[in-house]
Design a protein around this ligand. Sequence first.
Ligand code: NAD
Ligand code: TYD
Length: 341
Amino acid sequence: MRIVVTGGAGFIGSNFIRHILSAYPDYHVMNLDKLTYAGNLENLTDIEQSDRYSFLKGDICDSALLDGVEYDAIVHFAAESHVDRSILDASPFLQTNIMGTYNLLEITRKKGCSFVHVSTDEVYGSTDDGYFSEQSPLMPNSPYAASKASSDMLVRSYVETHGIHAAITRCSNNYGPYQFPEKLIPLVMLNALERKPIPVYGDGMNVRDWIYVEDHCSAVDAVLHKGKAGDVYNIGVRNERPNIEIIRIILSTLAEKTSSDRKELFSLISYVKDREGHDRRYAIDPSKIEKDLGWRPEIDFEDGIARTIQWYLESRHWWERIISGDYLKYYDVQYGSRVKQ
Ligand code: NAD
Ligand code: TYD
């Protein structure tokens, strides 16, 4: 099977490429990525020499992008993904998440390949009690969530109208290696290591269902291979935790692992003005993917967060190059002639 992974230089996309190459020894993966600030080819240094992997620099909004390329499936991760940025400026979110997805749907229609659209539980909005099922109404609250909900609707319409083979996944909050340090968990890690204030929005009691990235990858794998065209699959692990609890766990573990003063680390916690439109709680009911596709998560939160903390501790070189901005130069220096423009 030849798979195009869009956004493969980002956090989840890079983990997914690694997952596919190790799970399927005869598969080929092409990573298609624009390399925005969130795209980092250093997420893939361990597999970039594989002859089953290639990289194509490009924008998913470019209609000629995949001309002349042979593939069986597109797994679509590429997106503007950070809620705070969508509040400051929604325009790249509309362009990439909506128009980019539209363009890929057109390409899918013409090529007759299959398509997996990686979406988010944020399209359902916030819920005080109960769980989002695939039938829950879409009530996005942030411009990011609205752009993802729009792309979900486009996917649905292309299945209904043009009969393409496409499925949608809606996953909860991911954490794990290679997450860009603008998101909560890596931000807490790096600020703590650098003894910088840790901003907690509002009262810190907003709840997310945290899933280890490898479990998300195995779920997308299940949908790619066994998902029904037109179906939506919620992905979550029933691991709901308020933000402040996550922050305390990270700080306690760091204090232990780095023999640091616990009090000093906890004093970095800094309550700040709440995010506008801040969703109170996301909670996913993943019974459908469990029942229909036999998917099960394998990494519980205690194990996953310990692995993640250890990874950030051992990957100082990776994140220091992000903080300094040097990672942005990697592409030109390392790739040169391998670039297919
Ligand atoms: P990320 O921001 O780490 O990576 C996004 C990648 O997409 C980057 O490599 C970037 O360069 C690329 N990209 C952006 N615009 C592009 C364009 N126009 N053309 C080509 N490439 C482009 O994001 P992530 O956290 O890995 O999320 C991946 C996907 O999973 C997104 O679609 C997101 O909505 C979805 N998702 C994320 C989470 C989460 O917790 N991070 C949860 C559920 C769903
Ligand atoms: P984030 O990682 O941005 O994911 P999302 O908004 O997509 O759920 O944020 C996770 C939670 O952490 C969310 O409730 C906002 C909160 N948060 C903070 O309290 N401080 C921060 O600095 C960040 C980035 C997030």
